[in-house]
Ligand binder design. Structure first.
Ligand code: PAF
Length: 295
């Protein structure tokens, strides 16, 4: 496995992989601090493509709190070892100046409700500009056939899909299921910052999602009632959420009834750590997929 730092070297690697003619290239964009969630994206890529590029870049433009950026775990050596054992072909780990050279003045902004709600409310509207800008740069640099994103960051996935459609980028955006620890907590690079007590309390987040899923399975389709079930579980654990939202899966607008797939999304600070999680509420027999199409 090679580690490259410049776009030029990355392009050489991708060109080399495609030299035979038919090799398909996949991109797994990450900010490092790799865990099983990232490795599941690599596995998904390996099922589809011949050559897997992983980017590792803690993107300053998508952080709205300096303390969050400073505290973000950085462990390139351990990440490289894990990526290599997972069979990643090349890591692209650029310096900030490689992606944002002196005088950088371009911003990729996806407009509309997708970037005005949920995470945008908590993290500021510039968060998704930062994500869209860096992901477009990574896609242009790596020129992959497919790129892999986790459903845990459902809003990010939808924003990236919107951007790729709008800019006509020739890449398939693949949604991969959330990976959880055995106790249900969604894998996140931020989990290592939870104290033992807060980690135990954070389990209320997946339990809140499960409570809503269980109520739906028993026939409750009112999102107000499902919201109340989830909120009650959080409240019992002393967690005051930033949001608990039942929204559609294309524009992320609130919905009243589960008669189409509904994204139940939660964001909450547990101790110092901000966590997000979600589930797709679907009626029996409906496809549990984040909607790839614009409606
Ligand atoms: O999900 C992430 O880790 C980041 O938002 C991404 C997609 C790598 C862009 O910096």
């Amino acid at each position: 496995m090679k580690i490259v730092r410049t776009v030029r070297e990355l392009r050489e690697q991708v060109r080399g992989a495609r030299a035979g003619g038919s090799a398909r290239v996949g991109l797994v964009p990450t900010m490092g601090a790799l865990h099983e969630g990232h490795i599941s994206l690599v596995r998904a890529a390996q099922r589809d493509v011949d050559f897997v590029v992983m980017s590792i870049f803690v993107n300053p433009k998508q952080f709205t709190e300096a303390s969050d950026l400073d505290g973000y775990p950085r462990q390139e050596e351990a990440d490289a070892a894990l990526a290599e054992s997972a069979g990643v072909d090349v890591i692209f780990a650029p310096a900030a100046s490689e992606l944002y050279p002196e005088g950088f003045a371009t911003n990729v902004h996806v407009g509309g409700s997708l970037t005005e709600t949920l995470e945008a409310a908590g993290r500021g509207p510039q968060h998704f500009d930062g994500v869209a800008t860096v992901v477009s740069k990574l896609l242009i640099a790596a020129d992959p056939d497919a790129a892999y994103f986790g459903q845990k960051d459902a809003q990010q996935l939808l924003v990236v899909r919107r951007m790729v459609t709008d800019l006509g980028l020739p890449v398939e955006i693949v949604s991969c299921p959330t990976v959880r620890d055995s106790d249900g907590l969604a894998k996140s690079s931020r989990n290592v910052r939870l104290s033992d007590a807060d980690r135990a309390r954070a389990l209320a987040i997946p339990r809140a999602l499960e409570a809503a899923e269980a109520a739906l399975a028993l026939g409750e389709t009112s999102t107000a009632a499902l919201h109340a079930r989830a909120a009650a579980v959080l409240s019992a654990a002393g967690i005051e959420p930033e949001y608990v939202a039942c929204v559609d899966t294309h524009a992320l607008e609130p919905v009243d009834v589960v008669d189409q797939p509904v994204l139940l999304a939660i964001a909450a600070r547990v101790g110092e750590v901000r966590l997000i999680d979600n589930t797709l509420l679907t009626l029996p027999g409906a496809e549990a997929q984040l909607d790839p199409e614009e409606k």
